[in-house]
Ligand binder design. Sequence first.
Ligand code: HEM
Length: 222
Amino acid sequence: MFAKPWFGIAKQPPYFSALLFLVALAPLVGLPAVLWSDFTQGTRFLGSEPIKELEHGLGEWALRFLYGTLLITPLRDLTGWNWLAKHRRTLGLFAFAATAEHLLTWVFLDLQVVVDTLVGWDEVVADLVKRPYLTIGMVAFVLMIPLAVTSTKDAIRRMGKRWTRLHRLTYAIPVLGVIHYGMAQKKDIEEPLMYAAFLFGVLGWRWWIARRRAAEVAQATA
Ligand code: HEM
């Protein structure tokens, strides 16, 4: 069913996991570090609206990681690199972490909620209810929580078919994410449209592969 491994790479190259981890970690650590530098050293890496830039950057990275999780299966089929499969979990967890940072940036830096006195939480709730794009983003984030919690090997084993059903949410979450992005943009929606088109392409590709696979199984058992 799978292609012969491209370039004969049937096994994962050494250090691939560590490299992927470091590359994925870079924006999640780098963006807040750059903001820190702007605030404390007076640098202007993030321009005149550094908090907005951080929010934007983390939101885009959340989408990129989500897309990464969707791309693994078609890439594996295309290249025959079956070892890619286990990295879906890594990318999924990074998507969750990026979204959590994005959410925390909004709460603590944008709205400036003060933790110890709990000042500002009413504004968080009011905004979440009042602005549909925030409600949609929040729904996407809440749906990511059970996926992150059940991403362990033990959960996969314990939950069986229920795990597969639950993890179908990996299709709904990027769709909600991209709708949230489009609605958050006040004017220039070219970029969210490009993200939406790409998502449409990836989901279409996956649907086509699933259909082809089902037809092959039906033929083999006929
Ligand atoms: C899967 C979940 C999510 C994804 C993929 C995502 C992605 C994005 C992206 C790409 C942007 C950039 C828009 C821009 O500023 O140009 C954005 C903006 C934003 N997002 Fe999210 N987001 C998610 C969840 C959330 C959540 C849970 C919250 C908070 C409740 C949130 C709050 C915001 C805010 C406040 C903005 C800035 C809008 C503005 O420019 O005023 N997002 N999001």
